[in-house]
Design a protein. Structure first.
Length: 106
């Protein structure tokens, strides 16, 4: 079956370069938005270091941001069914960033 036939059946081929396949580690994320886009900055922060380093930035149209949120929720449900509930520390404060070294979650 050639690529056109696969695409006609709704299948999408995704190619990941070797460099991209390694991914980046992120334990801190900042999400911001304008009327036309969402920006997700994935960063790495180390204990005792007051500066986070952004490792990856993803810019999404609002529709794609909502699809991403729905896909994440679906996968979290599947993960918890297989491996158990993901526990989060008690939320205190109004933090919007995902940071394992503070008490606020996004």
């Amino acid at each position: 079956m050639d690529n056109n036939q696969q695409n006609q059946k709704g299948q999408l081929q995704i190619e990941v370069s070797p460099d991209m396949a390694q991914g980046v580690y992120s334990n801190f994320a900042i999400i911001s938005h304008t009327s036309s886009e969402f920006v997700v900055d994935c960063a790495q922060i180390m204990p005792g270091v007051p500066k986070a380093v952004v490792r990856s930035r993803v810019v999404l149209a609002p529709e794609h941001a909502k699809r991403l949120a729905m896909a994440l929720q679906e996968n979290i449900v599947k993960y918890e069914q297989e491996f158990g509930r993901i526990e989060l520390p008690n939320r205190q404060g109004g933090g919007r960033a995902i940071n394992p070294f503070t008490k606020g979650e996004a």
